[in-house]
Design a protein around this ligand. Structure first.
Ligand code: SAH
Length: 351
């Protein structure tokens, strides 16, 4: 049987484990501090843990943080990290520095089952969910690659996969990241969970009281167009989605983010922008327009800049904060919707 990975256990679970191994809960808290606060993953280096406790841990568990197999730097300063997981699947995370801010984009699944027409990850289909340890591991591993004393300042669940379709592992990972004393120490306001619009998941997330930011991949303003782009819209249409968004609990200055990928002649007209304004009425919203990132075989095009700016100005004119997000890492296949990593198993067979 494979030994359990301690990375991915909640601090409270580490306390329970310590008790199971005949030590006090305090030893579990020390263990959490070493891994999550100090980024030390070698049991031998955890010098204030009694030797017999370390021995018992080493016999029953491992401390595993994924090593990046490849690190691809982009001309724009972002870096794509490719990880090989147990079993041979590959996933990627993307580090995106911007002055003092360093945003880390992490994956929650290998592949994705939602098949949005414009997204390359969707072409893969869903291979499997990531564990909480594999999700937290991406963050710990990425932070280790930064210079001494620096770490990602913001975390976005916008890599491969649909976070709310891997709900339990996502929530566990967020709790480990945000536990104020024994976790990795992130403020929930610097964490954003992005979804295709799974209404029951949005409601459930709202009830967890995690206080993380919610991002909705909207991409269209009519059900007809949205269903064409995103099959999930058949299950949860725009009315149901917007109702769930309005129920999501927000702190006083918090807003819901809306992602809108701009596709030429599909969703990029001034009328679309006006419909979007109406859709967002009564919602504390911030809109991110993402000019479509091309991939081989895609059936869409990026609109000309003038169209994107005209769309943006309608929203700005209505008082809606709207930015155009020029994706990072387009040259290395790290931009929004470009993540697809062949599994290591397949590569070995082919080679
Ligand atoms: N499944 C979640 C998390 C992925 S987020 C979600 O859909 O929200 C990745 C973001 O990039 C989503 O908003 C997605 O719609 C967008 N995207 C996908 N393919 C894209 C492409 N080719 N160009 C630009 N944005 C894209």
């Amino acid at each position: 049987m494979s030994r359990a990975n301690l990375v991915g256990l909640l601090p409270s679970e580490l306390e329970d484990l310590a008790v199971e191994l005949g030590a006090s809960r305090y030893r579990g808290r020390q263990l959490a501090t070493w891994m999550y606060r100090k980024s030390v993953f070698d049991l031998e280096a955890m010098t204030d843990l009694p030797r017999d406790f370390r021995q018992a841990l080493a016999e029953s568990a491992v401390v595993e943080v994924p090593e990046p197999e490849r690190e691809m730097p982009s001309a724009d300063g972002s870096r794509k990290l490719v990880f090989v997981l147990n079993g041979g699947s590959r996933i990627s995370s993307v580090l995106m520095p911007d002055d003092e801010r360093i945003t880390l984009c992490v994956s929650t699944q290998v592949g994705c089952g939602f098949a949005c027409g414009f997204c390359l990850t969707g072409v893969m289909g869903l291979e499997r969910n990531l564990t909480a340890g594999e999700i937290v591991g991406q963050i710990l591993a990425a932070n280790r690659l930064l210079e001494e004393g620096r770490r990602a300042t913001h975390i976005v669940f916008m890599g491969m996969g649909e976070p709310l379709a891997n709900y339990a592992a996502l929530v566990k990972a967020v709790r480990i990241l945000t536990d104020p004393k024994l976790g990795v120490g992130y403020s929930p306001r610097r964490i954003t969970v992005s979804t295709v619009g799974l209404v029951p998941g949005i409601d459930k997330l709202g009830r967890e009281d995690l206080k993380v930011n919610l991002a909705i991949s909207l991409h269209a303003t009519t059900d007809e167009v949205r269903t064409r782009l995103m099959p999930v819209n058949r299950s949860f249409d725009l009315a149901a989605l917007m109702a769930a968004v309005k129920r999501y609990p927000l702190a006083s200055r918090q807003r819901v983010f809306f992602e809108y990928v701009m596709l030429e002649d599909v969703n990029d007209t001034v009328e679309d922008a006006q419909r979007l304004v109406r859709l967002l009425r009564g919602v504390k919203a911030k809109v991110n327009l993402i000019p479509f990132n091309d991939w081989e075989g895609a059936r869409f095009r990026r609109p000309p800049l003038a169209r994107i700016l005209a769309f943006q100005s309608v929203l700005l004119g209505a008082g809606i904060t709207t930015t155009v997000r020029w994706s990072k890492g387009e040259d290395i296949g790290a931009a929004c919707g470009q993540l697809r990593e062949p599994s290591a198993v397949a590569t070995v067979r082919a080679g």
